[in-house]
Design a protein around this ligand. Sequence first.
Ligand SMILES: Cc1cc2nc3c(=O)[nH]c(=O)nc-3n(C[C@H](O)[C@H](O)[C@H](O)COP(=O)(O)OP(=O)(O)OC[C@H]3O[C@@H](n4cnc5c(N)ncnc54)[C@H](O)[C@@H]3O)c2cc1C
Length: 405
Amino acid sequence: MKIAIIGAGAAGCFCAIELKRRLPYAIVDIYEAGNKPLAKVAITGGGRCNLTNSFESIDNLKEAYPRGDKLMRKVFSAFDNRDTWEWFENEGVKLVLQDDHCVFPASQDAMQIVNLFLTRMRQLGVNILTRHKVDSVKSLMDEYDATVVTIGGYHPKTVIPGGTVIPGRTGDLFEGLDLEIVPPVPSLFTFNLPSSPVRDLMGTVVEDVTVSLAGTRFKASGPLLITHWGMSGPAVLKLSSYAARYLAEVRYDSTLLVNWCGGVDLDSVRSTLQRNAVKNPLKLIINSHPEYIPSRLWTYLVTKSKIREDARWAEIGPKGLNRLAETLSNDTYHIKGQSRFKEEFVTCGGVSLTNINNKTLECVKHPGLYFAGEVLDVDAITGGFNLQAAWSTGFLAAVSIAKRT
Ligand SMILES: Cc1cc2nc3c(=O)[nH]c(=O)nc-3n(C[C@H](O)[C@H](O)[C@H](O)COP(=O)(O)OP(=O)(O)OC[C@H]3O[C@@H](n4cnc5c(N)ncnc54)[C@H](O)[C@@H]3O)c2cc1C
């Protein structure tokens, strides 16, 4: 039996190892466009490789997988985060679980994962053909008994009005297969706030904020980091993931609402400020920052609420109190543009899940063709969920092919 895998990334290499363990006599060829296999895995998690998550903070898979949660539920019944933990530990990779639920190799070195995969693939006899860009899946399918496509974010060519073709990274890869493709857009980015003075506070972190986009239902919570170009941190990255398609549609021009009090509503914030004013009438307002708001940010928010820097609580008055409560619970910023977070991003969109059998990952229209990894219209927030999707889908594709023979 001859099996072709397109892409020597996380999903492709994991799939190859699991295939050869099940079908030792099969020929498994991986076609890789780049010079090196697993180049992206080497830089994941800032070079530490956040390879999965405990999922303890996830109540509903949609929180982790804004696209593809239903497919992931099915795929996890074959291989989930606990299987990932066991798999790597069985391979001799000791893992550590951080307080934020992210899982890393104890070595804190992504190269340990890369070297493990390279060693196993060599031992099992997987053929890796680097500098072999596949231009047509269809022509490869004619040559092989099964083909697995795992090419990371899929960017098809785009035809713009007037008929001009802008070649994407993968051009005509799926030509002749009549597949439904969800147009790709970036996910996991930070927000540019070009005209906001808040950027002067770069480096400031607030541990628990809620961010949302005005006029939409998109909302996320967690730590927020002010940067020299705008806002970043887990809350912003999560919001960028939930709203990836919407933000692309509005060309990254939108209104960001920040609740600096962890999502506490306006009335409760106002009541807390009121109690503070009664308790400390003579204290300067700018000297009374809550524990969770750093003092420089508090001064900025007080000033933004048009309260004098030398004002005491006794002088704040109902209007000042309202303005401060509004700023703390509903602070507004104009997003204009996006930036990459440590070059870490994923693609929202790709091969539509309508094309595949969700129990096997086989293409409905083309038996023998399978999809795994980021090429699918599945993507996640940061925290190890994207690599988990690559391992799980790579595993299920391998099991499905082995069962087929
Ligand atoms: C900087 C960075 C850091 C990240 N850190 C994390 C993290 O810590 N944890 C986490 O969960 N996720 C992380 N991610 C996301 C995660 O790395 C990806 O979701 C995951 O690698 C996807 O695996 P894949 O195998 O589907 O695709 P890839 O890893 O992208 O592999 C696809 C391979 O296919 C090759 N290819 C593409 N087109 C062709 C073609 N036509 N012919 C032949 N080969 C082709 C590419 O060269 C590539 O090697 C990170 C992403 C980036 C960019």
